[in-house]
Design a protein around this ligand. Structure first.
Ligand SMILES: NC(=O)c1ccc[n+]([C@@H]2O[C@H](COP(=O)([O-])OP(=O)(O)OC[C@H]3O[C@@H](n4cnc5c(N)ncnc54)[C@H](O)[C@@H]3O)[C@@H](O)[C@H]2O)c1
Length: 350
């Protein structure tokens, strides 16, 4: 059995808590949150009695082997390092940290502890991504030299800490771009990034005055602080000559939200979002191939269950971790380089 504590019981935590409760080799032992009222409400809802307002107390006092970190971005590295040093396995939500220095410090702590550190790159665990990876590993796309990905929200600044740069580290690039860049890079075979050119804009604010459209919000939604970008784009170049083009927004004058990931290889192409598709050619004819599976799109609940199942199996069975800390560090290098490039108006070399 794996005994687990969850630190930060806000909006995303249910996608950790419920998969843990579904798992027959997990005992959910303790919760922590600095918001006492929310902590008690979640404790009651999920039948967890060991409640802490201080993560250090949870890590040192609760009877646990592992933690899920579901707090604001500015606390990820600090909590992960403390947990690793105390000998606990760690599943940390994306992004791994707010800076590259913090990410490298987590990597060092993980190496020293020998414990599992899995980064919450949940899109890697989607059934659509897992199936596509089997085609890619089989060589069906050949060498993948280009990816194009977007996550454009016309209205969707989650507010609260998400739009407070001191707690988030940035806007849609660090919040949404992290997923889009990661899944593209992962499926391209994780080539080494060499340079980044990016632009960020903050032209529309958070548009909290807009009515009649709902969107994901931080548990403590507050539209008052907003010092993050609302739109960003970037091109990332890799050592093998491949590139990723990405754009993401919290808000934009856009007809409807867009979310896609397209991969282009020498032998074939693929779209993984919004729906899995393969593109190929045979007998002088282009073929669009639709795999016959239950769900072609990304299923949030299933992907989180897969992510938690993978974490448990890494901790208990020594299964190879598909989202290790070094990947979190590389992704942080790309994300922070986009911000640096946007700030300086120049290409950034890594
Ligand atoms: N994988 C995904 O698709 C996905 C989706 C949404 C959010 N996230 C990530 O999950 C994390 C949390 O996001 P959220 O939407 O749940 O935010 P949230 O604001 O709803 O919840 C965060 C919780 O953490 C608590 N907290 C903050 N600092 C703490 C500390 N030092 N100790 C204990 N508790 C603390 C807050 O009080 C709050 O209850 C973020 O890093 C975010 O990027 C991931």
């Amino acid at each position: 059995m794996l005994k687990v504590g969850v630190i930060g019981v806000g909006s995303i935590s249910q996608f950790h808590i419920e998969p843990y409760l579904n798992h027959n080799r997990v005992k959910l032992m303790a919760f922590c949150d600095v918001n006492k009222e929310r902590l008690e409400e979640k404790g009651k809802r999920y039948g967890v009695e060991n409640l802490y307002t201080d993560y250090k107390a949870l890590i040192l006092e609760a009877d646990i082997d592992a933690v899920s970190i579901c707090t604001w971005n500015n606390t990820h590295a600090e909590i992960a390092i403390f947990a690793l040093e105390a000998g606990k396995h760690v599943l940390v939500e994306k992004p791994l940290s707010m800076t590259v220095e913090e990410a490298e410090a987590v990597e060092k702590a993980q190496q020293k502890s020998g414990k599992t550190l899995q980064v919450g790159f949940v899109r890697r665990h989607g059934d659509n991504a897992k199936l596509l990876k089997t085609f890619i590993d089989n060589g069906d796309l050949g060498d993948i030299y280009y990816a194009k990905t977007s996550c454009l929200r016309r209205l969707g600044n989650p507010g609260g800490w998400f739009s407070d740069i001191t707690r988030s580290g940035g806007g849609p690039i660090i919040d949404l771009g992290v997923h889009m860049i990661d899944i593209s890079w992962y499926l391209m075979g994780k080539p080494r990034p060499v340079s980044v050119s990016g632009n960020t804009y903050n032209r529309l604010g958070n548009r909290s005055h807009i009515e009649n459209l709902s969107f994901y919000q931080a548990a403590d939604y507050d539209p008052m602080i907003n010092d993050v970008e609302d739109l960003a784009n970037a091109i990332i170049r890799f050592e093998n000559g491949a590139s990723i083009m990405v754009d993401v927004s919290f808000t934009l004058h856009l007809k409807q939200d867009e979310l896609y990931v397209k991969l282009f290889g020498e032998k074939g192409g693929a779209e993984i979002e919004p729906e899995l598709a393969l593109i190929s050619e045979k007998n002088n004819t282009i073929l669009n191939i639709t795999p016959q599976i239950d769900t072609l799109s990304f299923d949030f609940n299933k992907a989180f269950q897969n992510e938690i199942d993978h974490f448990v199996s890494c901790c208990l069975d020594g299964t190879e971790n598909i989202a290790p800390v070094r990947d979190g560090v590389q992704v942080m290098r790309m994300l922070t380089a986009i911000y640096e490039s946007a700030k300086t108006g120049r290409e950034v070399y890594l």
